[in-house]
Design a protein around this ligand. Structure first.
Ligand SMILES: Nc1nc2c(c(=O)[nH]1)N[C@H]1C(S)=C(S)[C@@H](COP(=O)(O)O)O[C@H]1N2
Ligand SMILES: [Mo]
Length: 219
């Protein structure tokens, strides 16, 4: 039973150790004030891209696809794929925070700025809220000013490849400042309203506002 009579099997997990050391340096997974202040409270970082939806993943042919902007607008839009691609194309990089507690950093999106769509549609003065309608019947709602902000878009590509159907392709909403359930996949209709109207999860116990930094998960 000499202490030096030890056989080590396996290989030291250099990569694992190195990345855990890096996490410690950066304060990764810490919540609150410590660390690099990038991970909202209660979230954990992932590097894969989980798929979450109601279980129905519509397959929308590009020649049948439409994006409508309607309700309280001066100029209703019904864009086909070519018209959508013909709008100014921009790039965003942002972090995703899902209410099921995963976050994913540095997602690269290409698509059309929400504010460019709104500029074309011209919201009426009484328009204050938006409901997104998707091909799977999903809905979700945000204040108009949130969709009109610089960080909101309709994305058709993720990390330099066409957005996969499982992630909402042909096109989805991306609103990075909120939990990801506000980012409607397979979006087809953007409805502008005078009054707010809670969407699918908002009427099922989830928070109407969904700010991950305030942990607005339920309510
Ligand atoms: N049309 C539609 N959009 C949706 C959903 C859905 O079920 N249908 N789920 C939401 C939820 S709860 C999350 S977390 C994200 C998941 O997007 P992902 O599958 O690309 O990760 O999509 C959101 N958008
Ligand atoms: Mo979610």
């Amino acid at each position: 039973m000499a202490e030096d009579d030890v056989t080590l099997t396996g290989a030291v997990k250099d990569k694992l150790i190195a990345s855990k050391e890096k996490w410690a340096r950066e304060g990764r997974l810490l919540t609150g004030a410590a660390g690099q202040d990038r991970l909202p409270p209660g979230q954990r970082l992932v590097t894969d891209f989980p798929v979450l939806d109601l279980g129905v993943q519509p397959e929308v042919k590009l020649d049948r696809w439409r994006l409508r902007v309607e309700g309280l607008v001066e100029n209703k839009l019904a864009l086909d794929w070519d018209a959508f691609q013909g709008l100014p194309q921009r790039e965003w990089k942002n972090d995703i925070h899902c209410v099921t507690a995963w976050s994913r950093y540095d997602n690269i999106w290409h698509g059309v700025a929400a504010r460019d769509l709104l500029e074309l549609a011209r919201p009426k003065p009484e328009a204050r809220f938006i409901v997104f309608h998707s091909y799977d019947g999903y809905t979700t709602n945000v204040p108009l000013e949130v969709f009109a902000a610089d960080d909101a878009l309709v994305a058709h590509s993720w990390n330099n490849a066409p957005l996969e159907r499982i992630h909402g392709g042909p096109a989805r909403i991306v609103i990075p400042r909120y939990y990801f359930w506000k980012s409607a996949k397979w979006v087809t209709r953007i409805e502008l309203r005078a009054e707010d109207q809670p969407g699918f999860w908002e009427v099922r116990g989830y928070h109407n506002n969904a700010d991950p930094w305030l942990e607005e998960r339920y309510g």
